[in-house]
Design a protein around this ligand. Sequence first.
Ligand SMILES: CCCCCCC[C@H](O)CC(=O)SCCNC(=O)CCNC(=O)[C@H](O)C(C)(C)COP(=O)([O-])OP(=O)([O-])OC[C@H]1O[C@@H](n2cnc3c(N)ncnc32)[C@H](O)[C@@H]1OP(=O)([O-])[O-]
Ligand SMILES: NC(=O)c1ccc[n+]([C@@H]2O[C@H](COP(=O)([O-])OP(=O)(O)OC[C@H]3O[C@@H](n4cnc5c(N)ncnc54)[C@H](O)[C@@H]3O)[C@@H](O)[C@H]2O)c1
Length: 310
Amino acid sequence: MSFSSKIFVRGLATSAKQWSPIKTVTIIGSGLMGSGIAQVAASTGHKVTVVDQTQDIVDKASASIKKSLSRVVKKKFPDDPKAQQTYIADTMGHLTLQTDAVSAVKSADLVVEAIVENLDVKRKLFATLDEAAPQHTVFASNTSSIPIKDIAVATKRGDRFGGLHFFNPVPMMKLVEVIRIPETSEETYNALEAFGKAVGKKTVQCKDEKGFIVNRLLVPYMVESIRLAERGDASTRDIDVAMKLGAGYPMGPFELLDYVGLDTIKFILDGWHESDPTNPLFQPCESLNKLVKENKFGMKTGEGFYSYDK
Ligand SMILES: CCCCCCC[C@H](O)CC(=O)SCCNC(=O)CCNC(=O)[C@H](O)C(C)(C)COP(=O)([O-])OP(=O)([O-])OC[C@H]1O[C@@H](n2cnc3c(N)ncnc32)[C@H](O)[C@@H]1OP(=O)([O-])[O-]
Ligand SMILES: NC(=O)c1ccc[n+]([C@@H]2O[C@H](COP(=O)([O-])OP(=O)(O)OC[C@H]3O[C@@H](n4cnc5c(N)ncnc54)[C@H](O)[C@@H]3O)[C@@H](O)[C@H]2O)c1
């Protein structure tokens, strides 16, 4: 077969591959979000490989996925222990957990990144994976606050790059935001949207703007809640009760702040303030900075706006 026809065939194969549904998924990062994304992908029949930095971390991820699955099956198959065990075994049977990212992307249709919220680390990872992954593989980041385009520049596949922003806890939250950058092709967007639906989520589409949809509205709301308490207008408890009973939120803003992590909120707010310093919604927040300075990040450290049994 001549060189040019080889390119043509490969081109067809590649382009044909882009239209096929995502079946094999690699998730880089097995923390709070990566393990949740892996769980919902594996429990909906996808072949999933999860990667993290050490065997100890991936072992912990495996255990937390099993723990979460045991909570899911109690609701899904009440009084049917056999069905519960089968569901857990089938899901775990679709999951491979390892520490080598390069080999993990060799046959991936989709790579979802859910590693530390650090642009340089994300770029370094994607640059490496761009060399290792097949041409047809779609890349997506689960970042909360970094513009997808700033991550995608590390690769040569802007047309096969997007954002899949899941919500914490992934097994429970029914939404995934599908984010396009200008280069994202129609095929890529369709594949990402179809994957979001295939893992049981409702998908919404948005541009690659600060906070996408939910965080852009939630972060200012939560920071304004802190300012309301700082002024002494109401207590944190009463603000939480008010928003749960008055607005129907499952958690009040201070419960949610402690749940998501005060360090994460501060990181996001500082980033948005830096890039838009006059925006009143993004002004720094004194009591948030004080708690983070004292390493009081919320549930994950045992103390934030509230104290928790560790
Ligand atoms: C936010 C602004 C920006 C911040 C930073 C970025 C954030 C990020 O980018 C965006 C977000 O995620 S924003 C954050 C978006 N997220 C939110 O806003 C969260 C809002 N909060 C909620 O939706 C609810 O409070 C929860 C669903 C978290 C807990 O439900 P609850 O009723 O309050 O209390 P419950 O008793 O605990 O659980 C009841 C049952 O649910 C089931 N189950 C629960 N967790 C499970 C898991 N991990 N696995 C499996 N199953 C799980 C289980 O069956 C359990 O029964 P069990 O007998 O205990 O096993
Ligand atoms: N926590 C949330 O509520 C939430 C919700 C939506 C999106 N996000 C986003 O998801 C991403 C992950 O957040 P998280 O809360 O799961 O963080 P996490 O700290 O729980 O997990 C991050 C994981 O990535 C691993 N990691 C870091 N660098 C790595 C590398 N180079 N290769 C492989 N693994 C690496 C870490 O070991 C860790 O296990 C972030 O971008 C965050 O903004 C977080």
